[in-house]
Design a protein around this ligand. Sequence first.
Ligand SMILES: [Fe+2]
Length: 170
Amino acid sequence: MTGATNILNVKPHKEAVHTGINDADRKAIAKALSAILTDTYLLVIKSHVYHWNVVGPLFQPIHEMTEGHYENLFKACDELAERIRALGHPAPLTDKHVLSEGSITIDKTSTTAREMVEELVADHEGLCRTMRDCAEMAEEKGDFVSHDLLTGRLTYHEKAIWMLRAIITE
Ligand SMILES: [Fe+2]
């Protein structure tokens, strides 16, 4: 077997991490971050779908706002997944995982602009609640990096919620 063949056959291995957070705590935080990653990815897709399909006089502002959202959320997926890897765990994003574990649904591709905005507000709010719990747990377990990452994400989502809400006038 050549060296070139060998380097293509490296399998994931148990990663020993000695950064001051014990195995069980790293596992629990990685699991919570994985749920956030899943929903963040689903919200990327949903924001994109609404970006394409929104209609009416508010087409332009919603079209542009959702574009900003899916771009930001897509980058956030990478940050969340890389944090999970740094904790010594794989980023488990399979199609089955997304469909069975995700709490954000994309069951309508065409609806009113108002319903789209209301749904997006609810989805961002749900993610905030999950992130707040995870941030609290991470801090309790001494994982200030995950706590910091989630604080930044919460800042973004809360601002996004304000801006989405500002579109709805009654
Ligand atoms: Fe576009």
